[in-house]
Design a protein around this ligand. Structure first.
Ligand SMILES: *[C@@H]1O[C@H](CO)[C@@H](O)[C@H](O)[C@H]1NC(C)=O
Ligand SMILES: *[C@@H]1O[C@H](CO)[C@@H](O)[C@H](O)[C@H]1NC(C)=O
Ligand SMILES: *[C@@H]1O[C@H](CO)[C@@H](O)[C@H](O)[C@H]1NC(C)=O
Ligand SMILES: *[C@@H]1O[C@H](CO)[C@@H](O)[C@H](O)[C@H]1NC(C)=O
Ligand SMILES: *[C@@H]1O[C@H](CO)[C@@H](O)[C@H](O)[C@H]1NC(C)=O
Ligand SMILES: *[C@@H]1O[C@H](CO)[C@@H](O)[C@H](O)[C@H]1NC(C)=O
Ligand SMILES: *[C@@H]1O[C@H](CO)[C@@H](O)[C@H](O)[C@H]1NC(C)=O
Length: 404
């Protein structure tokens, strides 16, 4: 089925099951088009802010995975509960990139540290393509053992970003990912063995497992190029010339990022995805949009909440920017040539990257309510049983200047 046809579907539980049945794109759902097409024409912004992110909710973790029988079990008896600013995105996240894309720099920061509580961002992970610096990063991909229901397992990628490797490799300088090719970045902190009560929970047998990037107040920065697709034709790939950079709850890829059965990952029950820069339309491929996929203010995790504004993709230029998770539940995505990747960055300096932009910031305030309620169906698959809010109720305000 063509994506264009799918975009016309109304998002019912059946549709969710259907999308999970094909190549369920946990990473970057194309289905947000449904909500957006009913909105007014989106405009360009320099930054996009989601306010009031974080709610009281639960999701289900995978309890067991049987690769041979293609069976996974979610532990519906012990839902994972969360609350507070940015939740559940305050948890450990993995970083995902899809081509066409050349990653030049990547950095992860936490706000303050144990000995220093002043307003400074401290860099805890870093990659530089040119110098080949690679601190606290592991380059991975879905390049391991294949299975009908789980897809390919997580494994190390080679320096080309697409082959598999037997140990952690540094992504080569000027590496280019083409359409549909994806890499995943984790920290270099290894997980304990797979197990319900272990630090990383249950994960797929045989994978190298690493912790994601943790913290309520954190920042991810990227310097990248998204050249127009030059290798594949439109018929070869699913996401033609649709680059993306996004974050997932780090548990998801360790069980299965693209399962055919929603019980094989915590994603469908709302453990969280944040799309930072995502092209969602291959005929209008220079618009980066941002989406939150969980159950805050929506009952459609697949659709999520997409901000009705975009940032400009400039395929012929190097771009810099990222996402800041504020302690108050404010998540801001921005593209700014002022972005720098120093090991320490003062909060005021970071804010100036956005203040000083010519373009405005678009802000959306999320409803505090969770509307996703899950229960176990007779088949053991998770299904939606209740809803109350809809994202149309969100208030949208253009803010200038932007305030952290
Ligand atoms: C998913 O897996 C569960 C548990 O193994 C099974 O009961 C269910 O039928 C599967 N659902 C689909 C759509 O394959
Ligand atoms: C914490 O902050 C102090 C003072 O700014 C700095 O010297 C130190 O390197 C920082 N520690 C870490 C682990 O970043
Ligand atoms: C992880 O990265 C840090 C920072 O670069 C480094 O000091 C440490 O040795 C690395 N650990 C492993 C196990 O590679
Ligand atoms: C993995 O298995 C699925 C289902 O059998 C198949 O459609 C897919 O092409 C396989 N992927 C690879 C890379 O072999
Ligand atoms: C690497 O990143 C992890 C994940 O957030 C963090 O816990 C750890 O402290 C970092 N390691 C270093 C050496 O900064
Ligand atoms: C994709 O972009 C084209 C050109 O701007 C527009 O006509 C079309 O409606 C868009 N498709 C969707 C599904 O948003
Ligand atoms: C940002 O910097 C890149 C080079 O790094 C340049 O090509 C581009 O024109 C700059 N963009 C703006 C808006 O200044």
């Amino acid at each position: 089925m063509k994506l264009g046809t799918l975009a016309l579907l109304l998002f019912t539980t059946e549709a969710l099951a259907l999308t999970a049945g094909r190549r369920a794109r946990t990473g970057t759902s194309s289905f947000s088009r449904v909500a957006r097409s009913t909105e007014e024409e989106a405009e360009e912004y320099g930054a996009l802010t989601f306010n009031n992110v974080g709610y009281e909710g639960t999701y289900y973790n995978v309890e067991s995975i049987n690769v041979d029988k293609c069976e996974c079990k979610l532990n519906t008896e012990s839902p994972f509960s969360f609350e507070g600013p940015n939740s559940p995105l305050d948890e450990e996240l993995s970083v995902h990139l899809r081509g066409p894309l050349r990653l030049k720099q990547f950095a992860y920061y936490l706000f303050g540290n144990e000995t220093n509580d002043d307003a400074t961002w401290e860099r805890l992970a870093y990659y530089n393509s040119e110098t080949q610096a690679a601190e606290n990063v592991t380059f991975m991909g879905n390049v391991g053992e294949n299975s009908t229901c789980l897809g390919q397992a997580l494994d190390y990628v080679g320096t080309d970003g697409i082959s598999s490797a037997t140990s952690s490799q540094v992504l080569e300088a000027d590496n280019e990912l083409y359409s549909d090719e994806e890499i995943i970045i984790y920290s270099n902190v290894t997980c304990e063995s797979s197990g319900w009560s272990k630090d990383c929970g249950v994960y797929r047998k045989g994978i190298p497992a690493f912790h994601g990037f943790s913290g309520t107040t954190k920042m991810f920065l990227f310097e990248f190029e998204t050249p127009e697709e030059s290798k594949y034709s439109e018929d070869d790939v699913l996401y033609y010339d649709m680059p993306a950079i996004w974050l997932l709850n780090a548990r998801i890829p360790r069980t299965s990022q693209y399962p055919t059965n929603t019980s094989c990952s915590c994603w469908a029950s709302g453990c969280g995805e944040f799309d930072i820069f995502e092209v969602m339309n291959s005929t209008d491929s220079n618009k980066f949009v941002s989406t939150i996929h969980d159950f805050q203010g929506t009952d459609e995790v697949q659709t999520g909440l997409t901000m009705n504004g975009y940032m400009l993709r400039t395929p012929e230029e190097t771009q810099s920017g990222g996402v800041v998770f504020g302690s108050d539940g404010t998540i801001t995505v921005f593209l700014s040539n002022y972005t720098d990747f120093s090991s320490q960055i003062e909060a005021s300096v970071q804010q100036s990257w956005i203040f000083d932009l010519e373009e405005d910031t678009l802000a959306t305030t999320l409803s505090s309510a969770s509307s996703g309620l899950y229960s176990s169906s007779s088949e053991g698959a998770a299904v939606l049983v209740g809803s109350s809010n809809n994202w149309i109720t969100l208030s949208m305000v253009a803010l200038l200047p932007w305030i952290m």
